[in-house]
Design a protein around this ligand. Sequence first.
Ligand code: ZN
Length: 454
Amino acid sequence: MRCTGPFLLLILLVVSLGAGWYHFRDNETVASVAESLTAIASTEGLDTLESLKEGTLDQLGAGSGKNTVREWSNSQGKKLNAVLITSDATDCLIRVVPSQRVFRVPIASLSQADRDYISAQADSKQWQMPEPGASKWPASHDWRNLARRYQVSQSEGRLDIGRYRIHCGDADQERIEAITNICLSVDQAIKTVPLPLTWGKYSEGNRKPVFIHSSDAAYVAAGAPEGSAGFYNTRSGEVHINALQMEGLDLRQDIGQFRLAQRKKYTLLTHELVHQSTPAITHSKLPAWVIEGIAEYFSATQHIPGRFDYHHSQKLVEAYFSQNIEDTDGLVQIKNMRLWPLDTLMSRSMRQWNQVSSDSVGKSHAQGIIQYNQALLLVEYFIHGDNNSFKPFLEAALTGVGYEEAVEKHLLRGQSYSQLQEKLTARWASQGVDLIFQGSPAILLKDFQLEVGL
Ligand SMILES: [Zn+2]
């Protein structure tokens, strides 16, 4: 009896929050990476992409003598079995078999036979060499004033900055600056963490299209779901933002004063920008938790616009979860989190995922939220609680190793899914959160301590 009021309130909050979670990923209509990237490239003002012109990343290494395991040897005569992924003038990328780990190797360190092999394969290369990337996970980044470091050229309601082309409409300058800064921060963040997120990236000459709409009508006309703050169109490669939803976004505020309602808006924008900036992953056939978990990770760790705190990732993830079930500026303490068994969630395709998320019935809708929370929990765990096993996993999965094998080699490493659940449970127990893995998880009032009266 006592619980009825708050429980109904919680359900209403959960349902009302739902609209923001859809993001129009239509995997079934994206025939291949090539097709979708060509669509991105053909958007106004963009040059042809240099990378990923043909074939999906799943097919990388297949055909044209690729995906051929051969014996390699260095100039000291040390030998190993590996597959050539790609190369440039100085380095090559090889995947060592059977460890399925990807390495960047200076071509000069290899035997003459290996060098001949690389030059013979160079013509059939379908993928440009990725940037080396960071070796260590950074503690934090403060890019609140990043936009000021860039040269801006503005004409006809269009702003070219960094690798973005921002169509401003008639949004005011303050909002344009806030949105621009979030775009640049996301672009910078995915480049500076040790994950293969920029593989298959846009070449330097291309700009990522972002549209800022100053009226709901214009925003909806662009194909956006009503009531949302931003969305990414997988076919056009465009991110569309409703500037009205971004009202009051102030880059100077500190975390203590930052309103949760505002935070939800820019976290959604961040989520969509991450999808746009990681095309090789977004357009892969990887299960949904990988694609959504990466987008959620950057949304959760960007605790104010432009400022990422990876060092406190677990605390920020917990704050992000409570934000997702609460619609005021108060605080919610999470006691229990009900989740799907890992083998169920981790094998869910994007199509199955969207079925769960798009079910508008209250209980199922909560399950949509649980999916995103669980994807975030997994990605945060593999990065910060498992010595960044997410890196070799993604590298293997993006270079032609099947998903199941990549999981087995790099994430499970001989453990069962139940053992992995135990490890996750132990990690979160130290934060005072009990993880409960069950067949049909729900969001229940008794799992939260509502801190009323703060
Ligand atoms: Zn998404």
